[in-house]
Design a protein. Structure first.
Length: 553
């Protein structure tokens, strides 16, 4: 791998040198390119959104897409966002955007101002753009249309191309030049599951029964369940020797078993009025041999959680009104229940605390000694070990990059490494709408799905097991991702310098909301996934299902 990188670097350096010699021999390229004249100064105004419901996030996302595309041209300078906001603030707002665009252009001394609107009617999406030539006081119009939010990205490409062509009509590259552009070098990773990355549509492997979780065949796909299920956990709460599935939806928990290829509902427990359920986990904190299921929820912008227990005849809510959000973590060879607060002002807040059940109550056992780096919350990390055995922490930052931290004495957690790829991803949000004034707004706090550090293949070495997915709609340009096209689960190992991929599953159509891995009878490794399909929170009616199959490890 090192030799390959050196060779690619030499090829790149040679190509750059050859290009420089070519330009020197043929004269300056400035004589014919867009740099022969002064750069054009352009501003992209916030986009007007015509759509039912709360779709305001489209305004900033679309402006960002167009800004990045137009700003990449050599002859364009995009005005800084702080200067644009200042100009817009001084001009005020109104239903007629044309005089506002002219005022911004004049105030900032611009050449062009791009603005317009996006309209959504059902699945139909249309983009109407205007390009104001400030000095000539002329307006050019551009239009593009498509179906579904997935089409917005290509529509932005179309409009940006047309706008760029209007500003620099002679600067467009011939089609042959684009076709001859060199392809990116994509490094390959070892794959355990070698099958093509296609949505799961049928049996992957021959069925074999497992007793660890009821119905744990090599491949099993459950029926569709209405609604957006966000998390799940498997545990033996009724002490019959077989684990049940606890499936979490926004306002209920479904207790289910997979028996003879069928998903059977055992119980349905509903949360109290106004409680949004966000996470679920299981642990035996009072060490009586029976785990408790901890269900984390939010009511009126504060934590409101409860536990589920089995009383010998039925499942029911035990402890109520717990003012923390909970998670089970492995630390120093022990499984611990930790909790964190939640409030409207800043979402997750406060340090992590350890908790244990004693009698009919939950007791605070003090601060979780490892602590957390700044800007992380209870659902965005897992503890790992370095090659040298030092304590490390893997976390997803706010952009869903994977970050590794090392704990170094009095300095605490120090960042060691950050990925260039995206991981994780969620459709599980706590959304608070403030409509007490004319300027109503909503606060959206993502609750990230879990990831694990385990020895999955029993070779004495632990791996980081995590999911990833391809966002739908506006993709990662959106402030809040509302749908995913596909997802996969993969394994990563830390070698002291990089996280290396060991294996990944086939792609599953839809969003992997949650997953867990377990060792079944006979040494088989079973992967269980909770998958969402449908339009997410934007279009259509979401539905979910449980999928399990054996990893060929």
């Amino acid at each position: 791998m090192i030799k390959l990188r050196i060779r690619l670097a030499l090829y790149t350096a040679f190509a750059v040198l050859l290009l420089a010699l070519t330009l020197f021999a043929t004269g300056s390229v400035r004589a014919q390119g867009v740099d022969s004249v002064a750069k054009k100064r352009l501003a992209v105004l916030p986009w007007k959104v015509n759509a039912p419901g709360s779709m305001d996030f489209l305004s900033g996302a679309l402006s960002e897409m167009l800004t990045s595309r137009l700003g990449s041209a050599e002859g364009v300078t995009i005005v800084r966002s702080d200067r644009l906001k200042g100009a817009l603030g001084s001009l005020g707002s109104g239903s007629d955007i044309d005089p506002v665009a002219a005022g911004v252009g004049k105030k900032l001394g611009l050449d062009y101002v791009l603005y317009g609107s996006i309209t959504l009617l059902g699945e139909s999406v249309s983009l109407d753009a205007k390009l104001l030539d400030v000095k000539e006081a002329k307006v050019g119009t551009y239009f593009s249309s498509g179906r579904g939010l997935d089409s917005v990205v290509s529509m932005a490409d179309t409009v940006a191309g047309r706008v760029n062509g209007s500003i620099f009509p002679k600067a467009a590259l011939p089609a042959a030049t684009a076709a001859e552009a060199p392809k990116s070098v994509v490094p390959l990773s070892p794959q355990v599951l070698q099958a093509p990355s296609t949505p799961v549509t049928g049996a992957l492997l021959e069925p074999v029964l497992s007793t660890a979780v009821k119905g744990g065949e090599k491949f099993w796909k459950g029926p569709f369940m209405k609604g957006l299920y966000s998390a799940m956990v498997a545990t033996d709460l009724d002490r019959d020797g077989v684990k049940e599935l606890f499936l979490l939806k926004e306002s209920s928990v479904t207790v289910a078993a997979v028996s003879e290829g069928r998903l059977e509902t055992i119980a349905e427990l509903h949360s109290g009025e106004g409680i949004q359920l966000v996470a679920i986990d299981a642990i035996d904190t009072d060490r009586d041999g029976v785990p408790e299921v901890y269900v984390s929820g939010v009511r009126d912008s504060s934590a409101d959680s409860f536990t589920i227990e089995f009383d010998g005849s039925e499942y029911g809510v035990a402890l109520k009104r717990l003012r923390r959000l909970f998670k089970v973590i492995d630390y120093d060879g022990r499984s611990l229940l930790v909790g964190q607060g939640y409030r409207e002002a800043d979402g997750f807040y406060g340090e992590l605390r350890r908790y244990e059940k004693e009698g009919a109550g939950l007791v605070d056992k003090g601060r979780f000694e490892a602590g957390l780096p700044d800007d992380l919350n209870i659902y965005r990390f897992t503890l790992i070990s370095s090659v040298a055995g030092e304590q490390m922490l893997a976390a997803l930052n706010h952009r869903n990059r994977l970050v590794l931290y090392t704990r170094t004495g009095t300095k605490g957690w120090q960042r060691e490494w950050k990925s260039s790829e995206y991981y994780g991803g969620t459709l599980n949000y706590v959304e608070t709408v403030n409509d007490e004034s004319d300027d109503s707004f909503s606060t959206v706090v993502p609750v990230e799905g879990r990831f694990f550090y385990v020895d999955i293949d029993s070779n004495g070495s632990k791996e980081l097991i995590i999911k990833t997915g391809s966002p739908g709609g506006l993709g990662r340009y959106a402030d809040v991702v509302r749908s995913y096209k596909d997802g996969t689960v993969l394994s990563l190992s830390w070698d002291g310098q990089f996280l290396n991929e060991q294996w990944r599953t086939k792609k599953v159509s839809g969003h992997i909301a949650d997953f867990f891995v377990e060792h079944a009878d006979g040494g088989a490794v079973m992967l269980w996934m909770l998958v969402n399909e449908g339009g997410g929170a934007l279009f259509g009616k979401p539905k979910s299902y449980v999928l399990s199959y054996q990893l060929p490890l």
